[in-house]
Design a protein around this ligand. Structure first.
Ligand code: GDD
Ligand code: MN
Length: 418
C-alpha cells in the first residue's frame, strides 16, 4: 500500500504554537505519545538521485538517538523527476517519513514553512535534500537545542566549518552577500556567522504565530527577523560538494536575497538590534561613500584632463573633479550614512547648511592631507606611499569626526539609520 501524500496547507505562512495533531499520523505506532518530537523538513526539487540515500542516512542516525521521536517531511515542488513519488515509495520502509507534493506553490523558503505547518514536533528543522549538509552534524545541532538553544545553526564560518571546493568567485559572492546583509540589516544578519545557512533547528515556540513572508532561498533570515529567538548556538560544518543532480541557484536568488533583506527591514516587527554599534556602522558607511568619491574624482579627472579627452590643465581639472566628488559624497552621506539624522532636520535651508559645512570640512581635510603627507615624508623620511596612506587614514577620521559633530549633529534622541 502506498502511503498517501500529506496535503499542502494553503493560506498564510504561519506556524501555529501547537503542533499538528497526531491524528494525522499515518503510523501511530511509530510515535510515542507525549514525547517531544523533532520535525525535520527536507525541501526538494529534482533530487531523485539523492532522496533515497538522504532518507537512509538521516533515519539511520536519528533512530539511534531519537527512536520514535522524530519525523522527516519531504516537501517536493512537483519535481519533473518525480522526487515526491520516489520518496513516497520509501515511506513503507521508513515509518517516520511523510511526503508533501506541492503543486500550487513554489520556492524553497515557502516549502520549508509549509512543511513546518504540518509538523508535529516541538523542534522544527530544515536540511538540504542533496547531501551537501552532512547528516552527522544534526546530532550536534540536537545537542545544542537540548542544552537550551532556541535556534541551532550549522555554520560554515565557525571552527570546524568551511566549504569544500569553492573557487574564489563563489567565496567572494557568498561573503559579499553577507556583508551587504550586514549593512542593510545588521540586527538580523549579524546575529549568526552564517546567515545563509539552510541547515538549522529551531524551537517551534520561537516562530509560532508569526506571519512569515520570505522571498527566495534564505529562510533563516525570516526566522531571525520575525521570530523571537533568544539563545542561538552555532555548530561548524563543511558544505559538501554536490555529487548528484544540480543546484537550483541562479542570479535570480541573489536579487531575491536583496528583496528579502529590504522587506524584512521595512517590516514593523523588525526589532532594532544593531550588531555593529551605530558609530562603527556609520564609519563603515562613511568609508564606502568615500570610496565612491574616489571613483567619481578619478573618472572626472580623466574626462577633463586626459589629452585623449578634453585635455584641460591638471590643476583646474582636479579642483572640479574634487568638488564633484564632494557633492557625490554629500548626497550619499546625507541619505545613507547620516540619513536618520538628516530626516529629522528637513528643509532645503538646513540641507544647504549641511552641505556647506561638509564641503568646508572636506576642503580643510584636503589641506591637512597635503600637510601630513609633507610632514611624514620630509621630516620623518617615511616612504611617500605609506605616508600618503597614513595621511588619508588620518583625514578620513578627521572628516568623519567633524562631520558627525558639525554637519549631522544629533539634536533629538538617536535612532538606527533606516
Ligand atoms: N521544494 C523546493 N522548492 N525545494 C527546493 C527549491 C524549490 O523551489 N529550490 C531548491 N530546493 C531544494 C533543493 O532540492 C535542495 O534540496 C535544497 O533546496 C538546496 O538547494 P540547492 O539548489 O542545492 O542550493 P545550494 O546548494 O546552492 O544552496 C544552499 O546554500 C546554502 C549555503 O550558502 C542553500 O539552500 C542552503 O541550504 C545552504 O546552506
Ligand atoms: Mn545544494
Amino acid at each position: 500500500m502506498v502511503q498517501p501524500l500529506v496535503p499542502s496547507p494553503t493560506g498564510s505562512l504561519q506556524v501555529s504554537a501547537r503542533a499538528a495533531e497526531p491524528s494525522v499520523c499515518r503510523h501511530p505506532a511509530s510515535l510515542q505519545p507525549g514525547q517531544p518530537l523533532l520535525s525535520l523538513v527536507i525541501p526538494t526539487f529534482n533530487e531523485g538521485q539523492n532522496i533515497q540515500s538522504m532518507i537512509h542516512q538521516l533515519s539511520d542516525r536519528l533512530d539511534r538517538v531519537l527512536p520514535g521521536q522524530y519525523e522527516l517531511i519531504v516537501v517536493d515542488d512537483d519535481s519533473p523527476d518525480y522526487t515526491w513519488k520516489l520518496a513516497q515509495e520509501l515511506a513503507p520502509i521508513y515509518s517516520h517519513l511523510r511526503v508533501m507534493r506541492r503543486q500550487q506553490e513554489r520556492g524553497l523558503s515557502t516549502a520549508v514553512i509549509r512543511g513546518w505547518q504540518v509538523a508535529r514536533g516541538q523542534v522544527l528543522g530544515v536540511i538540504d535534500g542533496d547531501l551537501q549538509h552532512p547528516p552527522e552534524v544534526l546530532l550536534r545541532l540536537l545537542a545544542a537545542i537540548d542544552q537550551g538553544a532556541d535556534l541551532a545553526v550549522a555554520s560554515r564560518h565557525v571552527q570546524t566549518g568551511g566549504v569544500s571546493e569553492w573557487n574564489l568567485l563563489r567565496r567572494v559572492l557568498s561573503r559579499g552577500a553577507q556583508i551587504l546583509g550586514l549593512l542593510i540589516l545588521p540586527g538580523v544578519v549579524g546575529r549568526v556567522s552564517d546567515p545563509m545557512s539552510g541547515y538549522f533547528l529551531v524551537q517551534r515556540a520561537a516562530i509560532a504565530d508569526r506571519v512569515l513572508s520570505p522571498v527566495g532561498y534564505k529562510i533563516l533570515l525570516e526566522v531571525l527577523g520575525r521570530g523571537t529567538v533568544q539563545r542561538i548556538a552555532e555548530v561548524g560544518y563543511v558544505f559538501q560538494e554536490r555529487q548528484e543532480g544540480e543546484s537550483k541557484v541562479t542570479w535570480k536568488q541573489y536579487v531575491q536575497y536583496l528583496q528579502h533583506l529590504w522587506r524584512l527591514r521595512s517590516s514593523p516587527t523588525q526589532a532594532a538590534r544593531p550588531a555593529l554599534s551605530l558609530p562603527v556602522l556609520r564609519f563603515f558607511r562613511f568609508g564606502l561613500v568615500g570610496l565612491s568619491g574616489v571613483l567619481v574624482d578619478m573618472a572626472l579627472l580623466y574626462v577633463l584632463s586626459d589629452p585623449t579627452a578634453l585635455g584641460w590643465g591638471l590643476t583646474r581639472s582636479k579642483i572640479i573633479a574634487s568638488e564633484f566628488a564632494i557633492i557625490n559624497n554629500f548626497l550619499w552621506n546625507d541619505r545613507w550614512t547620516f540619513g536618520d539624522i538628516a530626516r529629522q532636520q528637513t528643509g532645503w535651508n538646513k540641507r544647504l547648511k549641511r552641505f556647506l559645512k561638509f564641503n568646508f570640512i572636506c576642503l580643510a581635510g584636503l589641506v591637512l592631507n597635503v600637510l601630513i603627507l609633507n610632514g611624514l615624508f620630509n621630516l620623518f623620511g617615511i616612504n611617500r606611499y605609506i605616508a600618503n596612506l597614513l595621511a588619508i587614514a588620518a583625514v578620513t577620521l578627521w572628516n568623519f569626526w567633524l562631520n558627525l559633530k558639525l554637519s549631522w549633529r544629533v539634536t533629538d534622541a538617536n535612532s538606527l539609520p533606516r
